[in-house]
Write a protein that binds this ligand. Structure first.
Ligand SMILES: Cc1ncc(COP(=O)(O)OP(=O)(O)O)c(N)n1
Ligand code: TZP
Length: 559
C-alpha cells in the first residue's frame, strides 16, 4: 500500500455483481451509479426486461473499520449510508459498540482485537475491498491487528480518520492509542483526515487555531508517513467560511467551502472520510475524490438543516436525502387531485406571439389562479426546452404550484420537475414510473375507459381526457365530446381533468352537476395563453370554476 499511486486509478479490478434483467427499477438506479456497465442494458429492447438472464455490474467496495453508533448519526452507520448514497458497496468491521445518541456517548463496549481481525479476514478473503477507511480505533491491540491484516491483504488506498473525540466532546480513544496510531497506522495511510483538535493531538498538543497553524500541523503529520494530510477547518473560530488544508508533501491546497448553519452535524467527520473513500474506490484520484466528497457533505448538510431527530445538541444527517421519504407517509403523496381544478398547459408559440417568455406566462397563470402547470413545447430544441422548464419551475416552486413536463421524461428528470404528462404513443407509463419513482406525478391522455384503467394499473396519478370540444391547438385530435369524457370518468379509478377547446364560455358546462366525482377540473391552453392578459384570463376562468365546485370539495386557495 505504501506509495500506492492513486492517479489514474484503474477500475478494471472491480468485482462483478449479478443483476436480474427483470428489475427495471433497480436497473435505473444502477444505471446512474455505473454508467459503463449499464450500456449492456441500454442496447436492450423492452421485451428483454422480461427475460430472466443475468449480466454483471462492477461494484466499487469500501471496508470501514470503525465503531457502531446506536444513534446512527456517526460511526459505522454514517459510513454505510454515505457509501450507499455514493453508489459504493460498504462492508463493516466493528471495533467498539457505543451507547450513543444526539446528546453524547453513554457507554463504550470494546470489541477484542482478535475479533476485529476475524471480521476483517471474513470480508477481505471473500468480498475484498478497494479502499479501507478507519474510524474509532479504541485500543492499541486493535490498531496493531488492523496493520497486520492490511500487510497481508493490501488494498488500493487506506483512509484514516483519526477519531479521538466525538462531536459531543466525549473521548473515544485514550492517549495510549496515539503513539501506535502515529507510528504504525499513519505510515500506511494514503490519507489522514484530522480536525483541529485531532491535528493538535497528533502533533503533541500544540494549538491549531488558524490556517498557518493548519499548514504547520499538516506538514508535521505528513512527516509521520501518510501520503496526504487533510486538516479540516470546521472548528476554526470566526468567519462564516471554512477552509480545509490538503498537503501531499509537495503541493498545498486550501479547499474552501461555506458553512451551513445547522445543529445537525453529528457524524460529519465520518461522513467526509467515508465519502472520500467511496470516491477513491470509484477510481478518482485524491484531489477530485476529496472535492467530490466535500460537495456531497455540503449538499447533505444543507438537506439536513431542518431535521428534528433526538433531543440532544447534535442531530444526524440525512445521508440518503436523494432517496428519502422522511416526513412523508405513503398516503401523503405529492399529488393532490384538487390541484387539477385549473390546469394551465403552456404554448411557446402563443406566448411568443404576445411577447412573453414561458416563465412569465407561467407566473401570470399562477397569479391568476392556475392550480397546476404543464410545460408543453412542440418546437424547441432540447437545450431551449430545458432552460424554459428550469425558469418556469423556479416560478412554480416560488408559489408552491406543481409543474409537469409534456412528453419528455429526460427534461422532467433533468430539471427535477414535479412530474410528466404522457400521451398514448409516448413512453409507457410503467417505464416512466420506474424512472421517476413513486413521488412524481404522472398524467396520461386517455380517450377510452380501457385506456384509463390501463394507465391506472401502470402507475398513473391522473387522466387527461379530450378533446371535449374541437380545438385548433392540437392538430388531428379526435373530439370525444362531453359523453366521451363522462365515459372515461366512469371507467377511471383515478382523477380526470378535461381538455380540448375549453374556455370561460363552456367550462361551466363541463363541470356542471351532476358530474362524475373524479372529474376534478379543466386543462386549457389557448383560453389562457392566446390572450393579451394571462392573469386576467386565468382569473376569469377560475371564477367560472369556483361557481361549479361544491362547497364541500376542497378547493385550492387563490394566491
Ligand atoms: C392535462 C393534459 N391532458 C391531455 C394532454 C394531451 O397530451 P398528448 O395526448 O400527449 O398530446 P400532446 O400534448 O403531446 O400533443 C395534455 N398535454 N395535458
Ligand atoms: C393538448 C391537447 N390535448 C387534447 S386537446 C389539446 C389542446 C388543448 O388546447 P386548447 O385549450 O387551446 O383547446
Amino acid at each position: 500500500m505504501q506509495g500506492a499511486n492513486l492517479v489514474g486509478f484503474n477500475t478494471n479490478f472491480l468485482p462483478t455483481f449479478p443483476i436480474l434483467k427483470t428489475t427495471p427499477h433497480l436497473f435505473c438506479h444502477l444505471k446512474q451509479a455505473y454508467p459503463t456497465a449499464s450500456s449492456t442494458f441500454a442496447s436492450m429492447g423492452n421485451d428483454e426486461f422480461t427475460t430472466t438472464t443475468t449480466t454483471t455490474v462492477r461494484v466499487p467496495r469500501v471496508l470501514t473499520v470503525a465503531g457502531s453508533d446506536s444513534g446512527a448519526g456517526a460511526g459505522i452507520q454514517a459510513d454505510m449510508k454515505a457509501c450507499a448514497a455514493l453508489g459504493v458497496y460498504c462492508t463493516t468491521v466493528i471495533t467498539a459498540v457505543t451507547a450513543q445518541n444526539t446528546a453524547g456517548v453513554q457507554g463504550i463496549h470494546t470489541v477484542p482485537a482478535d475479533f476485529v481481525e476475524k471480521q476483517m479476514l471474513s470480508v477481505l478473503t471473500d468480498i475484498g475491498a478497494d479502499v479501507v477507511k478507519t474510524g474509532m480505533l479504541p485500543t492499541v491491540d486493535i490498531i496493531r491487528s488492523i496493520c497486520d491484516v492490511l500487510k497481508t491483504y493490501p488494498v488500493k488506498a487506506l483512509v484514516v480518520d483519526p477519531v479521538l473525540v466525538a462531536t459531543s466532546g466525549d473521548e473515544l480513544a485514550g492517549p495510549a492509542v496515539l503513539d501506535v496510531l502515529r507510528e504504525e497506522l499513519l505510515p500506511m495511510a494514503d490519507l489522514v483526515t484530522p480536525n483541529l483538535p485531532e491535528a493538535s493531538a497528533l502533533i503533541g498538543g500544540e494549538n491549531v487555531v488558524n490556517i498557518s497553524d493548519m499548514r504547520e500541523a499538516a506538514q508535521a503529520i505528513h512527516a509521520l508517513g501518510p501520503r496526504n494530510v487533510l486538516v479540516k477547518g470546521g472548528h476554526l473560530p470566526g468567519t462564516g467560511g471554512m477552509v480545509d488544508v490538503l498537503y501531499d508533501g509537495v503541493d498545498w491546497h486550501e479547499l474552501s467551502g461555506s458553512r451551513v448553519e445547522t445543529h445537525n452535524t453529528h457524524g460529519t467527520g465520518c461522513t467526509l472520510a467515508s465519502a472520500i473513500a467511496a470516491e477513491l474506490a470509484k477510481g478518482h484520484p485524491m484531489l477530485p475524490a476529496i472535492l467530490a466528497a466535500k460537495q456531497y457533505l455540503a449538499d447533505t448538510l444543507q438537506q439536513s438543516a431542518g431535521l428534528n431527530i433526538g433531543r440532544g445538541a447534535q442531530g444526524p444527517l440525512n445521508h440518503l436525502y436523494k432517496l428519502s421519504n422522511w416526513g412523508k407517509t405513503s398516503t401523503e403523496r405529492q399529488f393532490k387531485p384538487e390541484a387539477l381544478l385549473l390546469y394551465a398547459v403552456t404554448d411557446a408559440a402563443m406566448n411568443k406571439r404576445w411577447g412573453r417568455s414561458t416563465a412569465d406566462a407561467v407566473r401570470g397563470a399562477i397569479e391568476g389562479g392556475a392550480t397546476i402547470i404543464q410545460i408543453r413545447e412542440k418546437e424547441a430544441e432540447t437545450g431551449e426546452f430545458l432552460r424554459e422548464a428550469e425558469a418556469s419551475l423556479k416560478v412554480a416552486r416560488h408559489y408552491g404550484i406543481p409543474l409537469l413536463i409534456n412528453d419528455r421524461i429526460d427534461i422532467a428528470m433533468a430539471c427535477d420537475a414535479d412530474g410528466i404528462h404522457l400521451g398514448q404513443s409516448d413512453l409507457p407509463v410503467a417505464q416512466a414510473r420506474a424512472l421517476l419513482g413513486p413521488e412524481k406525478i404522472i398524467g396520461v391522455s386517455c380517450k377510452t375507459p380501457e385506456q384509463a384503467e390501463k394507465a391506472w394499473k401502470d402507475g398513473a396519478d391522473y387522466i387527461g381526457s379530450g378533446g371535449v370540444y374541437p380545438t385548433t391547438t392540437k392538430k388531428d385530435n379526435k373530439t370525444i365530446g362531453l359523453d366521451g369524457l363522462r365515459e372515461v370518468c366512469y371507467g377511471s379509478p383515478i382523477p380526470v381533468v378535461a381538455i380540448g377547446g375549453i374556455s370561460t364560455s363552456n367550462a361551466g358546462q363541463v363541470m356542471q352537476e351532476p358530474r362524475p366525482q373524479n372529474l376534478k377540473g379543466v386543462a386549457v391552453v389557448s383560453a389562457l395563453f392566446n390572450q393579451a392578459d394571462v392573469v386576467a384570463s386565468t382569473q376569469a376562468l377560475r371564477s367560472v370554476l369556483a361557481r361549479t365546485v361544491k362547497k364541500s370539495s376542497p378547493v385550492v386557495p387563490l394566491l
